[in-house]
Design a protein around this ligand. Sequence first.
Ligand code: SDX
Length: 436
Amino acid sequence: MDNETLTITDNRTNQTYTVPIYRGSIRAMDLRQIKNGADDFGLMTYDPAFMNTASCQSAITYLDGEKGILRYRGYPIEELAEDCSFLEVAYLLLNGELPTQDELDNWNHEVMRHTMIHENLKKFMDGFHHDAHPMGVLMGSVAALSTFYPDARNISDAKCRRKQVVRLIGKMPTLAAYAYRHRLGLPYIYPDPELCYAKNYMNMLWKRTEPKYVANPVLARALEVLFILHADHEQNCSTSVMRAVGSSHADPYATTAAAIAALWGPLHGGANEEVLRMLDEIGSNDRIPAFIEQVKQGKRKLMGFGHRVYKNYDPRARIIKRVAEEVFQVTGRNPKIDIALELERIALSDEYFIQRKLYPNVDFYSGIIYQAMGFTPDQFTVLFGIPRTVGWLAQWQEMLVDTDKKIARPRQIYIGEDARNFVPLTQRGKRQLVTA
Ligand code: SDX
């Protein structure tokens, strides 16, 4: 359509400007020409937390927040969760197409051949306190991987990038399992490449003295589905960090460690752990109204609720609720689910939540399943980070080949002091320091 333009009148100068509209957006740099005098820098946009700013163009994941739609490379999440293995979805996210049987067989073989870690990295992990939070161990160990693969810094070489992608996807469950075993003072279990991705992870977590670990197929499938649901989610906080750190051409291990740090935050991936602590604190259904009252007074947040994009039910939460019932058939019902269901029922009928379009997100029910499967709450975000590594890497490699790519370096609106003369130390009077 030829009227895909925006005409702006600057009332300071009565000048008008016409800028092109591109896929529902305008280029912020097109505003720079709008000046109020020769030495004016030109207009910028001010958008803290990027509430209304596209940082990139991406073909990986599509979200419709109003309709609660999530698609990976165009395929609805519901169908992928129903019919695919996790590594099949990983292939789709990274390559843009679902693999043929041969491609999938080769991909499975390649990833499962890169599950071992250097023996020195185990010594590194042994250096953590016994009660070190698994996310801190994971973040530190992934960063340490960059010292074992110095070739990874060659990020301009496609073959080199792919080798690091396979290494990170293969090794993430191993590092996560070793963080868990270290916590319990148990010996590390070597990966078993004959097992699928989830069963191998369970093997390294829970194998004892039996010659070969046999995973419960229902729990293994549930883990694969949960991994699929957590694999990518367009430009969320940790993925934005992956893109920003990657834009400086840091190696993918250091970049992934930064993304892990962002995911750990309780407002992001750390929420699944906080949901369990919240449900423990509430304790029983009769205490839900008092808790909801605290939330409405702004004293607490209903963890696992709300989302920057979804203003409808998070489609992943809907699937996770179904998976929970399947897991409980094996593990027995986790009573926390009844508190969570009642909390959801009450919240979704309360004006405070309805008006703010707050619905359960991916973190609301996932921890209840993880706990039923035997994971401790401080491992829940690790279970988010393992699959999200695929999304981070898919977005990282897309950023590196983007013709628009430049190092991420936002501008600012300066609100500090104007130029002033230096005051020698001997002439500075006593004054109340304004703490930042
Ligand atoms: C993930 O971005 C992604 O895609 C993330 C993710 C992914 O897959 O990568 O989906 C994973 O991080 C899910 C979100 C997990 N976090 C939580 O569950 C923590 C609880 N949720 C909130 O902190 C919050 O909803 C956020 C952080 C998720 C979103 O915050 P926004 O978009 O900045 O919204 P906001 O804080 O400005 O809230 C708008 C209003 C406010 O009320 P008013 O000031 O208008 O009165 O809604 C209220 C907020 O107080 N609100 C909540 C609330 N979330 C928002 N009130 C109570 N409980 C909450 N959980």
